[in-house]
Design a protein around this ligand. Structure first.
Ligand code: ADP
Length: 498
């Protein structure tokens, strides 16, 4: 609970008042073996509620339900695109109507600020349903000419759903990441088994209730909470046609291997270590503000954060001082406290991991211009926003995705030098360039090996834009007009006209 329990909405209090079950085939059920796990408030380290923990048996039931919901003559398989469109819109409206409730659940379970959850995660989740509601009726194919002398054909393509989708998501944007998978999947007529992250299962379970309330047929979306083994059972299940995963590159590799049994389609949105490049001719106030937002957004727990700052030498001191001053001014505190600028990290494990990266860098001779290797508070998983200089490209703090409020800053002299350093990573999710010279900005942007490149901005985004990774940051693209490709099979139909 937050420090002041009275701030909780009655609906949230009631949601947390009894153990949460899993959603299978339109019913709320316990795990077959009765197991549960506790989900914890990272601001207070207190248990919020116990949640049903899915085993391979529960996964099997959920996949069977999703299969039955997918196959003809199920109500879902008979629903017209327009009906799906209206349903999607209705769900968006319901999420918006429950925005405060979702925001509180997200703040309790993940630690993020209530306002950040409401204006970011929840608002975008609602918008996703509305954006994709428009696509449900626009899943068009093409007619394609054939050239066979003396014979006439009519050839065309159809876009059809892949089938049963296993959606496995992380804890940094719990509701939003679930919606990133569920929304395009059901827009295209698939069915889903969702496994939320073990750290943050609550908003996905509440979403499950709203999906039923909106009229989504039983079995179309099933929610099975659990740990990595629950996810692994899904990925190995022969009844699953596609896996849509967001998480670490390490687990992404395991998923790619495990999915090969029945050659499931796989889409992966994995780690990042985005370079943020500031040229001396940039608008430095904007660049500093962008570096702060890009570095510390969502407590630094965002795969497209600009965690590696490269600054041209002439303005290095100025930019470092600007970012350090802004980092020092960030007030770390409970996500329910309106005066907090930044909440805690999601878990004790993440807290220890991030602090050990900072400690390791200091031990290797790096300098902390802001922040600390000590916990920011005695209670709760708080970390002080940290800016590190005097790092080498070989240090772990420079190569690894830390997933905390930790930014490194490195000076550079030439464009070639910084492009080489920026691209010297296994990741390729996002990158950014700050320069008033349009030629420099676009040229360097084109040279950076990343799925998203921001020029003179950071975190500017829209549900209309595709996102995904180069290199080991993933397979496939999510959202925008490309976002349905990974959730559809393309069928070619050839008819001879006799
Ligand atoms: P993070 O390091 O950010 O916690 P992970 O990649 O470990 O991210 O986890 C992301 C999601 O993948 C979570 O829902 C987690 O339970 C799940 N997961 C972890 N290991 C596996 C696995 N071997 N197979 C399938 N899912 C897994």
């Amino acid at each position: 609970m937050p420090n002041d329990n009275s701030t909780l909405l009655p609906s949230v209090r009631s949601f947390l008042s009894s153990p949460r079950q899993m959603l299978i085939d339109g019913e709320w059920v316990d795990a077959k073996d009765g197991r549960t796990f506790a989900t914890v408030n990272p601001s207070t380290e207190e248990v919020l509620v116990d949640v049903a923990q899915g085993s391979a048996f529960d996964v099997d039931r959920a996949v069977a339900a999703a299969r039955a919901a997918f196959e003809e003559p199920s109500p879902w398989s008979r629903m017209t695109p327009r009906e799906r469109s209206h349903l999607l819109w209705r769900i968006g409206d319901l999420i918006e109507a429950h925005a405060d409730e979702f925001a509180q659940l997200e703040a309790l379970d993940n630690g993020k600020r209530v306002t950040a959850a409401r204006d970011g995660d929840v608002a975008v989740a609602a918008e996703l349903f509305r954006y994709f509601a428009g696509w449900a009726t626009k899943m068009e194919g093409t007619t394609i000419p054939m050239s066979v002398p003396g014979r006439a054909f009519h050839a065309y393509t159809r876009r059809e759903p892949v089938g049963v989708v296993a959606a496995i998501v992380p804890w940094n944007f719990p509701l939003l990441m679930a919606c990133f998978k569920i929304v395009p999947a059901i827009t295209a007529g698939n069915t889903v088994v969702l496994k939320p992250a073990e750290q943050t299962p609550l908003s996905a379970l509440r979403l499950g209730e709203l999906l039923l309330e909106a009229g989504l047929p039983a079995g179309v979306v099933n929610v099975v909470p659990g740990y990595g083994d629950t996810g692994a059972a899904l990925v190995e299940h022969p009844g699953v046609d596609k896996v849509a995963f967001t998480g670490s590159t390490e687990v992404g590799k395991k998923i790619a291997a495990a999915a090969s049994g029945n050659l499931k389609k796989v889409s992966l949105e994995l780690g990042g270590k985005a370079p943020n490049i500031v040229f001396a001719d940039a608008d430095l106030d904007a660049a500093v503000a962008g570096a702060v937002l890009g570095g510390y957004f969502n407590e630094g727990q965002c795969c497209v954060n600009g965690s590696r700052l490269y600054v041209q030498r002439a303005v290095f001191e100025q930019v470092v001082e600007g970012v350090a001053a802004a980092a020092r001014a960030i007030k770390v505190g409970d996500g329910f406290d309106a005066s907090s600028d930044m909440g805690p990290l999601v878990s004790q494990e993440q807290h220890e991991k991030v602090l050990s990266y900072i400690r390791g860098a200091v031990d290797q001779g790096a300098v902390l211009n802001a922040g600390s290797a000590d916990a920011a508070r005695e209670r709760g998983y708080f970390v002080t926003p940290t800016l590190i200089t005097s790092v080498t490209e070989a240090m772990a703090v420079q190569t690894d995705e830390i997933f905390g409020p930790v930014v490194t800053a490195v000076p550079f002299d030439t464009e070639d030098e910084v492009v080489a350093a920026a691209n010297n990573t296994v990741y390729g999710l996002a990158a950014g360039v700050w320069s008033r010279d349009l030629g420099t900005a676009h040229r360097v942007g084109a040279r950076l090996r990343a799925g998203t490149v921001w020029l003179n901005t950071w975190h500017a985004d829209d549900v209309t834009l595709p996102r995904g990774g180069f290199k080991q940051s993933g397979w496939g693209r999510e959202l925008g007009s490309f976002g349905l490709d990974d959730y559809t099979e393309l069928k070619t139909v050839i008819a001879e006209l006799r």
